[in-house]
Design a protein around this ligand. Structure first.
Ligand SMILES: Nc1nc2c(ncn2[C@@H]2O[C@H](COP(=O)(O)OP(=O)(O)OP(=O)(O)O)[C@@H](O)[C@H]2O)c(=O)[nH]1
Ligand SMILES: [Mg+2]
Length: 468
């Protein structure tokens, strides 16, 4: 690819000037982790591309241009910042809407360079539920659920359908329409099946993000090389399958712990501030609903009804308080069930980067013999992305508790008298003993919580508005 780059650089001369009221180019990273400068994004037309099956551009293919080339003008849309296309200014004016990475030759997102990217990757041991979760995130069931009442939309942002996204579309149809579970992901695969352009109109402001979902095989998560491409991601979700958590084999390190041991040193050394790590107990349908730590937290945040997925907890925007409450419960559970895993995380990862949650994509146990599952009843799937979108300003936050009183509750929803986790926790003698045994005091923890709340309140938050 360097050859192509040299050829290109020699024909560039013009300095690219973004139009007024637009910010400059937002650095975009290709799938191999190369951070592209604006002149590393090449533009070409679709003639050579039509009928191609590969997403990789050959060096000898048609002529390419960059924003620095002569005889081109930029084409913008409302995301601004960087053109979505170029147009040649000669008499046969041609549109050049296909963007290509100089380094890998891969086709890039339509809005690459014009808005920031959220790179979400599911990691975790083989069979943890990564692919099933990725398929859920792409389903229209999921996108409708997230978008409802939130003025937020997802559209594909690849100019052509990639072979990976075709394959995932097929698996998705099989999973949701036919109840067929996907095969294990082949070793060494790192797939970006989806690239979305997320647009939100909140409080009159339009905001955009590119949202990429990555899936990787579990074997690769058990041995992460320092040059592994997955390290180019920004948002890591480590899945701890509940079955492994509940049935640890004496004498060997749990696979989820091995995944953490492999991943964490690389994140800390290579990415410093540039990552988020979320620990999610997957297959949460296998957890005991009466578990001391998890009882309240296992109250589902979504509900299936008439073939649709509805938000419950976050129906009026991201309910950060409820989310944090669940996170606290999961932490208490992990302290008890996987203390070494828990404390290595907490002792090494800054609080602002770390979060905890639950997930059950299917909400039921599969029929392993037939590779199918029963009735789909997802749990907490919305929390896989809503907190990230809210943090990025493309999802509204729920504002005040008082507004809730006027809101008509869903008739089907069971009225469960629930107390926050800390309320239940503080009332319990078992909790007091447990904390004492760890040298902690409830008052210390309360102080820390207030401090954290104070910090989050300072963030600019978009508020939920009634959608007419
Ligand atoms: N009980 C339960 N089982 C689940 C759930 N989601 C997935 N599974 C089971 O876990 C199996 C593995 O799921 P995958 O998504 O393929 O796992 P993976 O992490 O992608 O596995 P690799 O690709 O091999 O690394 C499925 O075939 C189901 O049997 C869930 O929500 N609940
Ligand atoms: Mg998989």
């Amino acid at each position: 690819m360097n050859k192509r780059k040299n050829k290109l650089m020699s024909m560039t001369s013009k300095i690219f000037e973004p139009p007024k009221n637009r910010n400059a180019y937002i650095p975009y990273t290709d799938s191999e982790g190369n951070i592209l400068k604006e002149e590393d994004i090449q533009f070409t037309d679709t003639t050579g591309f039509r009928g191609r099956r590969s997403m990789i551009w050959d060096e000898d293919d048609d002529e390419t241009y960059t924003v620095l080339s002569d005889n081109v003008e930029a084409v913008y849309d409302d995301a601004g910042n960087f053109p979505i296309s170029l147009k040649t200014t000669d008499k046969n004016s041609r549109n050049l809407p296909i963007k290509i990475s100089t380094y890998t030759g891969e086709t890039l997102a339509i809005h690459s360079g014009s808005c920031p990217v959220i790179d979400l990757i599911f990691t975790g041991p083989p069979g943890a539920g990564k692919t099933v979760a990725a398929l859920m995130v792409n389903s229209s069931l999921f996108k409708d659920c997230i978008a409802s009442n939130a003025m937020c939309s997802f559209s594909d942002d690849l100019p052509v359908v990639s072979p990976a996204s075709k394959r995932y579309k097929k698996m998705e149809r099989k999973l949701f329409a036919e109840g067929q579970l996907p095969p294990p992901t082949a070793k060494g695969e790192l797939i970006i099946p989806y690239q979305y352009y997320v647009t939100a109109k909140i409080n009159g402001k339009k905001r955009h993000r590119i949202f990429r979902v990555h899936d990787v095989d579990g074997e690769s998560c058990l041995a992460v090389d320092w040059k592994n491409k997955m390290l180019a991601c920004t948002h890591f979700v480590l899945l701890l399958p509940a079955d492994e958590l509940l049935s640890k084999t004496a004498g060997r390190t749990a696979y989820y712990e091995q995944c953490l041991n492999e991943l964490l040193p690389k994140l800390r050394a290579l990415k410093s501030d540039d990552y988020k790590l979320k620990i999610v107990i997957s297959k949460a349908d296998l957890l005991d609903p009466k578990d001391f730590y998890l009882a309240g937290a296992l109250e589902n945040s979504v509900r299936m009804s008439n073939g649709k997925l509805h938000k419950i907890t976050h129906k009026k925007g991201f309910d950060e308080e409820a989310y944090n409450d669940r996170s606290q419960s999961v932490q208490a559970f992990l302290q008890a069930e996987a203390p070494n895993f828990y404390w290595s995380l907490v002792n090494q990862v800054d609080k602002s980067k770390l979060s905890f949650g639950l997930l059950s994509t299917l909400g039921c146990s599969p029929d392993e013999e037939n590779n199918t599952y029963g009735e789909l009843d997802p749990m907490f799937v919305d929390e896989l992305i809503i907190p990230y979108l809210a943090e990025e300003g493309v999802y509204p936050y729920k504002v005040s508790e008082n507004e809730d009183e006027e809101y008509e509750e869903d008739e089907e929803k069971e009225e469960i008298e629930k107390k926050g986790f800390w309320e239940r926790f503080q009332e319990s003698d078992k909790a007091k003993k447990f904390l004492k045994s760890m040298g902690l005091d409830l008052e210390d923890i309360d102080d820390e919580e207030e401090e954290e709340d104070g910090k989050t309140n300072k963030k600019e938050k978009y508020k939920w508005e009634e959608v007419s």
